[in-house]
Ligand binder design. Structure first.
Ligand code: NAP
Length: 496
């Protein structure tokens, strides 16, 4: 830790605190190594205190009428709007996505918070007829209690807010454990809630290693639900631990998302789609396009155009608005991505372009990797495993049926896309593609907060975030029977 580093504490019970003698860690700009701050490496005891604060705050927050909770969320949204440029720049500096995407990350958070503020005037249940006379049946939504939100680094303001705002409007209290690599963004997220006047204990922040803090949150009996976004292997571990404690665990995991380009596609449109889908956020989106499935009739022409466009692609300081792609997020990411370049070469894929770490001048201070394209056959590791970096595998197919077979034959099922001008084929693809999300004539990325978000197969365990589906994640349904007949009525037994 350097002398000038800003120090940040844990946020527990409405106060920023620095446990005495706490170990610390720093986060760094992946473009140039600058420090974004020093953070507490929390212990299980710190996590337990945060859970205690959330548990104490729960009854009061649950009793707060949902529209009032919504008013506070609206103020959070306004505060984040006011700070959008500042926080967007912090996102870019800490995580490395280009500044337009840094702002976009914050905008997504704002949109979702505002959407959830409105949800405070809905939170709807159902009324359902009774089989008996003078009996009224309905359902109401109730909060689960203390919720743990465990989040990744690639959307360091949007994803935490997807969880926090939905959990809070539903009446839960939250302990937030962000990815260590984006702890500064997490501090900024929590500051917006603090500035909006959220009561103490309703939202708590515990920074520190997933294996320490995450496990403490999952295993504590006072935490009733875990909302996790991250990699498959971590997700599996979280699920198993949570299952042993019979907790609700919501998982949003990885992807290996295909963009299919058919022979009748608008190639220029498909080209814009693949450039944004594969190399936006340097390929580090769960919905990033990592497989380009090209019909053989357009294969050569499409790759020629793609190559031409990538010749003009700029890679550099993500704060520079003229730059197309920044660094990958960390040394670990760099190692992993370059490792996949070596795997691709070892398994006989043809490296069409890229594949190297950029060096010289400012590149030497960061983790910059060239946009990389491999031509490969379906079934190779690079065409089936999530890489989470700027590597695109290109697969040649001869028909729509083959394209769908290849698209579906992976363990993930998050996003998918097809470019075609044939409306019948487009609707068939909606039916046929095994994914939680399908785009027609648009790239695999581009979530909107009012629509459900999530995947099938190894991408998750069935839940959805965003939209009103998010409310289902964070509420229990209570079924209510009101008998106003004045005598005992027995369902299934009394004469009908
Ligand atoms: P990760 O390594 O799985 O980490 C995710 C979070 O889990 C971090 O906060 C991490 O803390 C924590 N963690 C690590 N070990 C843990 C444990 N044993 N128990 C509890 N928590 C633990 O994932 P990542 O590298 O941050 O993110 C990339 C992955 O997220 C990719 O696979 C991507 O596809 C996926 N993702 C999915 C979605 C979606 O909505 N489907 C969205 C975005 C990203 P530390 O940082 O301290 O290790």
């Amino acid at each position: 830790m350097s002398a000038q580093e800003e120090r940040f504490g844990l946020f527990i019970d409405g106060k920023w605190e620095e446990p005495s003698g706490a170990a610390r860690f720093s986060t760094r700009n992946p473009a140039n190594g600058e420090s974004l701050g020093s953070f507490v490496a929390a212990t299980p005891a710190d996590a337990a205190r945060a859970i205690g604060a959330a548990a104490r705050a729960f009854p009061g927050w649950k009793e707060t009428p949902a529209p009032k909770r919504g008013e506070i969320l609206l103020r959070v949204g306004q505060e984040l709007k006011r700070r959008k440029e500042e926080v967007g720049r912090i996102v870019t500096r800490e995580m490395g996505k280009v500044i337009s995407e840094g702002r976009g990350d914050v905008q997504e958070a704002i949109d979702f918070i505002e959407y959830m503020a409105g949800e405070g005037r809905r939170l709807a249940g159902e009324t359902i007829p009774s089989e008996l006379h003078a009996k009224f049946c309905l359902t109401v939504r109730q909060p689960k209690g203390v919720v743990a939100a465990i989040t990744p680094w690639n959307f360091p303001t949007a994803i935490p807010n997807w969880k926090i705002a939905a959990a809070l409007i539903s009446g839960n209290t939250v302990v937030f454990k962000p990815a260590s690599a984006t702890s500064r963004c997490a501090v900024e997220v929590v500051r917006t809630y603090e500035a909006a006047g959220l009561p103490p204990g309703v939202l708590n922040l515990v920074t520190g290693a997933g294996g320490v803090v995450g496990n403490a949150l999952i295993e504590d009996p006072r935490v009733r639900a875990i909302s996790f976004t991250g990699g498959v292997e971590t997700g599996r571990e979280v699920y198993v631990r949570g299952a042993k404690a019979l907790k609700m665990v919501h998982l949003e995991l990885g992807g290996k998302n295909p963009q299919i380009v058919m022979d009748d596609a608008d190639l220029d449109l498909a080209l814009e789609g693949i450039l944004f889908g594969a190399f936006g956020t340097a390929g580090q989106r769960c919905t990033a396009t990592s497989r380009l499935i090209l019909h053989e009739k357009v294969y050569d022409e499409f790759l020629r155009r793609l190559n031409e466009r990538l010749d003009r692609f700029t890679i550099g300081d993500p704060l520079d608005p003229a730059v197309d792609m920044g660094p990958v997020a960390s040394a670990d990411q760099e190692k992993k991505v370059l490792g996949y370049v070596a795997i691709g070469q070892a398994e006989g894929a043809t490296l069409l372009r890229g594949g190297r770490k950029l060096t010289g001048g400012a590149y030497d201070r960061g983790y910059f990797i060239e946009p990389t394209i491999f031509a490969t056959r379906h079934g190779t590791r690079i065409s089936t495993e999530e890489i989470f970096g700027p590597i695109l595998s290109v697969l040649r197919v001869g028909s729509y049926d083959e394209a769908v077979r290849v698209a579906n034959d992976v363990s993930y099922g998050l996003s998918s896309s097809i470019y075609t001008r044939d409306v019948n084929r487009a609707f068939r693809a909606v039916q046929d593609l095994e994914a939680g999300i399908t785009y027609i004539n648009a790239p695999t990325i581009g979530a909107e907060v009012q629509l459900p978000f999530g995947g099938i197969k190894n991408t998750g365990n069935g839940g959805r975030e965003a939209g009103s589906a998010a409310i289902e994640e964070f509420t229990e349904i209570k079924t209510v029977f009101v008998d106003f007949s004045g005598h005992l009525q027995k369902a299934q037994i009394d004469p009908r």
